[in-house]
Design a protein around this ligand. Structure first.
Ligand code: PGA
Length: 253
């Protein structure tokens, strides 16, 4: 069975005190996770160590970074490398979130380099893709997302690609309260899987977890995660509320 993943994306939110409180509340829940479940909390860099304390010894829980550099070390003021993340024991990193593509002008080529840096350190990239509203309205979302994936991931070997998690996040659904319908999510996820199957074969395509992101909340998670090609979610706003995120975790099939 593919890994089913509930990934929180805190973005640039919460004071340290609020972050600790949120984790205390979240971890006070009794979760019965199976072998094929992962809960990944993606936090701002300064919170990696404190949040790791909360999930220490909790089977299935991981702390992720929200970004990494495309180079190892050196004169790159303000950057954080995957070698540094590895040193902290980080095992996942979000790469190519639409907010970084938009505000930091991250290109598909740069993201390909970041994916390489993550994999070099055995850190799993959570690679984000997704179209803007104009693209959806023009009906070209499938080819748009396909290109993002090809440009940033298809230089990888099959063994490397198997270690990537993909998150489909339509930009028009992020933080807007407007969720893609389950049919829209399933259609794109199936498309992504078929593009991978064409290039790498069905076995590789079947092994890759594809998460949906964009206004996932407790009330819609179960239905979204029940779609055959939706393997969980990347959750922004609702992950800042312990009860909501706990419900989302429990919605994993
Ligand atoms: P949202 O954000 O759940 O607040 O829509 C999702 C994301 O950007 O990862």
């Amino acid at each position: 069975m593919r890994l089913k993943i509930a990934a929180a994306n805190w973005k640039m939110n919460l004071s340290l005190e609020e972050a600790n409180q949120l984790m205390t509340n979240l971890m006070s829940n009794a979760f019965s996770l199976s072998q094929h479940h992962r809960v990944i909390i993606s936090v701002p860099f300064p919170y990696i160590i404190p949040v790791q304390e909360h999930v220490k010894g909790k089977e299935g829980f991981y702390v992720a970074a929200q970004n990494c550099a495309n180079v190892n070390n050196g004169a790159y003021t303000g950057e954080v490398s995957t070698t540094m993340l590895k040193g902290l024991g980080v095992q996942y990193v979000i790469i190519g979130h639409s907010e970084r593509r938009m505000y930091q002008q991250e290109s598909n080529k740069l993201l390909a380099e970041k994916v390489d840096k993550a994999l070099e350190q055995n850190i799993t990239p959570i690679f984000c893709c997704g179209e803007a509203l104009e693209v959806r309205e023009a009906g070209t979302q499938n080819s748009f997302v396909e290109q993002q994936i090809k440009d940033s991931l298809f230089h990888l070997s099959a063994d490397q690609l198997k270690n990537v998690v993909i998150a489909y996040e339509p930009i028009w659904a992020i933080g807007t309260g407007k969720t893609a319908s389950t049919a829209q999510a399933q259609e794109m996820h199936a498309h992504i899987r078929s593009v991978i199957a064409q290039a790498y074969g069905a076995d590789i395509a079947d092994a890759i977890s594809i998460l949906y992101g964009g206004s996932v909340k407790g009330a819609n998670a179960k239905e979204l995660f029940a779609q055959p090609d939706v393997d969980g979610g990347l959750v922004g706003g609702a992950s800042l509320n312990a009860d909501e995120f706990a419900t989302i975790i429990r919605s994993l099939p």
